[in-house]
Write a protein that binds this ligand. Structure first.
Ligand code: ADP
Length: 256
């Protein structure tokens, strides 16, 4: 049931009482479920052919006998196919998540190694964008986590940090065991475009896109941080952001 309440006033503005309305929303919830299932299965079906397209494009790009203008066109096609794959993957996760509570498969994960791995994997695209990325993590820090989901969180946060940082800037992923409470803190710092103060409370909402990102025509779906927030919450952890427009941002995930 959905409920709403409203004050009832007389013509002269005198309070007469309150009206409570209860509405049966079973059909609405069922329709939402059908929509989520549809989004999930379509995006899942789209991923397979897209992955194949990307694989073949990569093989073509590696050929040395192609004229330079063909290589340049292949690169643009590759970039756009990658964007499409990201969008489809984001949609898949949104559909899956709304379909029910997020189920975690926790194991003991060396988060320090995972951080280094993600930073290393970001290396080529970051250096193509002229952004320096470093990992600052202890030798080993084991936390019970769903590795695949936390990798997704890291991919999103580090990917955003690189994407929203201009050439010459830097990104630093820092992991530490906070003193006292025994919490593990993961921070992604960037020297990028930043987020306006009035937008900070909204960046984790689905489809939210910041003005600075839109002004610069930086592509995005507004889904990544929504996914991050859901995964972090499922772990009983917290994510927050502080940022200064034109100077950079820090996203912090605190695991209990
Ligand atoms: P997307 O990046 O696909 O637009 P996200 O949900 O990941 O979607 O991010 C939502 C919005 O938050 C972005 O559009 C951007 O405006 C802002 N944002 C996220 N990360 C950063 C960052 N590191 N620096 C500046 N803005 C950011």
């Amino acid at each position: 049931f959905s409920t709403s309440a409203r004050q009832v006033l007389s013509a002269t503005g005198e309070k007469l009482g309150a009206a409570l309305a209860y509405q049966d929303v079973t059909d609405l919830l069922r329709a939402l479920q059908v929509k989520d299932d549809f989004v999930s299965s379509v995006s899942h079906e789209l991923r397979t052919p897209l992955t194949s397209v990307l694989g073949h494009l990569e093989m073509l790009e590696e050929r040395l006998d192609l004229p330079p203008e063909v290589t340049a066109q292949l690169r643009v096609t590759h970039r756009n196919a990658t964007r499409l794959l990201t969008l489809v993957t984001d949609l898949l996760h949104v559909g899956q998540r709304s379909a029910g509570p997020l189920l975690l498969h926790r194991t003991d994960v060396d988060l320090a190694a995972l951080v280094r791995e993600v930073v290393e994997a970001t290396g080529p695209s970051a250096s193509a964008a002229g952004v320096d990325v470093e990992a600052v993590a202890p030798g080993r820090l084991v936390v019970p986590l769903d590795e695949q989901r936390i990798r997704q969180v890291l991919d999103n946060l580090v990917g955003n940090a690189v994407k929203y940082t201009e050439p010459g800037g830097s990104v630093s992923v820092r992991l530490r065991q906070a003193a006292g409470a025994g919490a593990t803190e993961l921070e992604v710092h960037d020297t990028g475009i930043g987020i306006a103060p009035d937008e900070l409370d909204h960046v984790f909402e689905r489809f939210a896109r910041g003005g600075a990102a839109l002004d610069r025509h930086i592509p995005g779906t507004g889904l990544g941080l929504d996914i991050v927030r859901q995964i972090v919450a499922a772990h009983g952890a917290q994510v927050c952001v502080r940022s200064e427009l034109g100077r950079g941002s820090v996203f912090t995930v605190t695991f209990p």
